[in-house]
Ligand binder design. Structure first.
Ligand SMILES: Cc1cc2nc3c(=O)[nH]c(=O)nc-3n(C[C@H](O)[C@H](O)[C@H](O)COP(=O)(O)O)c2cc1C
Length: 173
C-alpha cells in the first residue's frame, strides 16, 4: 500500500468519501480509532477526512496528536460539512478554530458537501440542529433541514480533486 486514507465520521458521509477516495487510489483505509502511528508510518502519503459539527472539526485533535508521523507524509485534508459551494470564508473559520497556525500552513483543505438526516441523529445533536434551524439563517442546507428534516449533497464526483492532488504529489515524489 502506497498510502492511507483516514477519517472521523459520526453519521457516515465522511467515511463514504474516504472509502471512495481510497478505492480510487488503491490505498489502505480506516477510521481514526483504528489507525495508530505504526499504520501511518507504513504509508508514503496520508489523506485525512473530517466532518464539521457546531463549527468544530473533531478530526483536528487526532491530526495534532499524530502530527510528527503525518507531517513528513504531506497530509491532504478534506472537510465534509453542510456548506455548499466550497465557501472559503466559512472553511477558513473552521480551520482557524481547529488548527494552530503552523499546522494550518501545511494543510490545504478540500471542502466537500455532506449529508444529514435529523431522525438518524442522537438526541443532543438533534437538539443542537433544531436550535440552529430556528435561528432562520439563509442557508440551503438549513433550509432543507427545516423543510424535510434532511439534506443529502454527497456526490463522489466532487472528491475527484482530492484524488487528483494526491496523484500529483505521487508524481512529484
Ligand atoms: C450536530 C451537528 C452539527 C453540525 N454543525 C455543522 C456546522 O456547524 N457547519 C456545517 O457546515 N455543517 C454542520 N453539520 C453538518 C455535517 O457537517 C454534515 O452533516 C456532515 O455530512 C456529517 O458528516 P458525517 O456523516 O461523516 O458524520 C452538523 C451536523 C450535525 C449532526
Amino acid at each position: 500500500m502506497d498510502g492511507l486514507v483516514v477519517w472521523q465520521s459520526k453519521y457516515g458521509s465522511t467515511a463514504d468519501y474516504g472509502r471512495w477516495i481510497a478505492a480510487q487510489l488503491g490505498f489502505d483505509a480506516g477510521a481514526i480509532d483504528a489507525v495508530d502511528v505504526a499504520r501511518i508510518e507504513r504509508a508514503r502519503i496520508v489523506v485525512v477526512g473530517g466532518a464539521v459539527y457546531g463549527g468544530k472539526l473533531p478530526v483536528a485533535a487526532w491530526v495534532g496528536k499524530n502530527w510528527p508521523a503525518l507531517a513528513p507524509r504531506g497530509p491532504h485534508l478534506f472537510v465534509v460539512s453542510g456548506m455548499l459551494g466550497n465557501d472559503p470564508a466559512k472553511l477558513g473559520k473552521v480551520m482557524e478554530r481547529a488548527f494552530p497556525a503552523g499546522l494550518r500552513a501545511a494543510l490545504a483543505p478540500f471542502s466537500l458537501p455532506g449529508r444529514l438526516d435529523r431522525m438518524a441523529c442522537d438526541a443532543n445533536d438533534r437538539a443542537m440542529l433544531d436550535m440552529v434551524v430556528r435561528m432562520g439563517l439563509q442557508d440551503p442546507a438549513l433550509e432543507a433541514l427545516r423543510r424535510t428534516g434532511r439534506f443529502d449533497f454527497v456526490n463522489m464526483a466532487l472528491a475527484a480533486p482530492v484524488v487528483a492532488a494526491v496523484r500529483q504529489a505521487q508524481r512529484r515524489a
